[in-house]
Design a protein around this ligand. Structure first.
Ligand code: SAH
Ligand code: SF4
Length: 415
């Protein structure tokens, strides 16, 4: 059994003692943690009061294959008069071949194909518009959900990888004032099926050569679209499992190539850590101290920079995966030498090489009083981090001309 160092935090997020524990112990104790802050519906729990006013239930999305347990799938199949092995065939079509079309189920009894497709693969996301940039290698898609909600995903093809940025909530209730999604408030959580469908459609488009550059493979997933993944933990985790499992249980995109980005919901980080899945964690810090972060990230009042960094470092210790620290650079606000120095100091406090800083040039949003940093300040920020021994790379802002870059996913229907 692997021995790892974890911080003993059970029942008290502030306890800072570091203990040697075995993974199984830590996982078991994590299971006993209160559900604080992580809700399935987004209307209860520790951050209930920072959710938007409009989180009225609009009914649930149709139940999809990707929402069902194996038992549920088998029961539904029985209802159609189909034996158990047909469920495996459907899983193969869905995860292995990205197919949901009845006509494609050639191994299925002809009389049952349409019924099976309707029962298991209701349409959850419908393309409204598609915007293309960077010679066809960046594609932002606006999707309509069953209840008229709009969400977005962005596909970015690079020479050695193709990344899909996906949404996990309709809007977001965390209220970061510089973020376009934050301005929308939270409408509702997305179902696992709605999240997974974004991935299936993009994986299919890549395989079928619909993205400039010819046929290829979707290799990376980032939960950096609309929403706070930890605010929709259960569905996000189910999606992570379905994205990473090998076919026919999932799409076979390595968990190591999946990044879950959080504004700093500490119980969510702890819970994810206890799952023992090697996904990469990204933490949106944006400020090196509480005074400034209180202003930029309302969630800081619930979980402050010390709690967030402690949790991020614990995640690193448990997962052995470097944590990404996201830091949107805002001119004159958080981009000065003093901020970079303090950030370096606070990260180095935990040791070397555990975090990678991703300064993000701010994508200014309509009506926002914040603007992007001066290039020389960006450079200075990076230089200070590098001199302090911290790896940092400026996030590229692909798709900025189509509002496809981070924090600009506001799902406004265009003419
Ligand atoms: N809610 C999660 C994930 C979605 S946001 C989170 O906040 O981490 C994805 C990233 O885009 C986050 O790091 C977020 O802080 C950043 N972001 C938000 N608005 C931005 C903007 N206007 N310019 C640049 N980055 C932004
Ligand atoms: Fe929500 Fe993330 Fe935007 Fe903050 S930055 S409002 S947490 S999507």
């Amino acid at each position: 059994m692997r021995t790892i160092r974890v911080r003993a935090v059970v029942g008290d997020w502030n306890v800072g003692r570091v203990k040697e524990k075995q993974m199984s112990d830590s996982v078991n104790s994590m299971k006993d943690l209160p559900e604080t802050g992580i809700t399935t519906g987004g209307t209860t729990g520790a951050f209930r009061d920072v959710l938007s006013k409009d989180h009225a239930r609009r009914g649930k999305p149709p139940l999809h294959f990707a929402d069902m347990t194996e038992e549920e799938r088998i029961t539904k199949a029985k209802d159609l008069g189909l034996p158990k092995f047909r469920v495996k065939q459907l899983a193969n079509h869905y995860y292995g071949h990205f197919d949901v079309n009845a006509e494609e189920f050639s191994d299925f009894p002809a009389a049952k194909r349409v019924e099976a497709a309707e029962m298991f693969f209701p349409t959850l996301i419908t393309e409204v518009t598609r915007q293309v940039a960077d010679e066809g290698t960046t594609i932002k898609t606006l999707w309509r959900l069953f209840d008229g909600s709009l969400i977005e995903s962005v596909l970015m093809r690079y020479p050695t990888r193709t990344t899909l940025c996906i949404s996990s909530q309709v809007g977001c209730g965390m209220g970061c004032p510089f973020c376009a999604t934050g301005q929308l408030g939270l409408t509702r959580n997305m179902s696992a099926g709605e999240i997974v469908e974004q991935v299936r459609v993009a994986a299919k488009a890549m395989r079928d050569g619909e993205v400039a550059g010819g046929p290829g493979r979707l290799s990376n997933i980032v939960f950096m679209g609309m929403g706070e993944p930890m605010g929709n933990y259960t569905s996000v985790l189910s999606a992570v499992r379905q994205i990473s499992a090998m076919p026919p249980e999932g799409f076979g995109i390595s968990a190591r190539n999946i990044t879950v980005s959080t504004v700093g919901v500490v119980p969510g980080i702890k819970k994810l850590m206890a799952e023992g899945i090697p996904v990469r964690l990204a933490v949106s810090l944006h400020a090196p101290n509480d005074e400034l972060r209180d202003e930029l990230v309302p969630m800081n009042k619930r979980f402050n920079t010390t709690q967030v960094l402690d949790a991020a470092h614990d995640y690193y210790l448990a997962s052995k995966r470097r944590v990404s620290i996201e830091y949107a650079l805002m001119r004159g606000i958080n981009d000065q030498a003093e901020h970079a120095k303090l950030l370096a100091k606070r990260l180095n406090h935990y040791g070397d090489n555990w975090a990678h800083v991703n300064p993000i040039p701010l994508n200014p949003i309509e009506g926002s009083r914040w603007t992007a940093s001066k290039p020389e300040d960006e450079q200075q920020f990076l230089d200070i981090l590098h001199k302090a021994g911290i790896t940092a790379t400026l996030r590229d802002t692909r798709g900025q001309d189509i509002d496809g870059a981070c924090g600009q996913l506001a799902a406004k229907e265009r003419d």
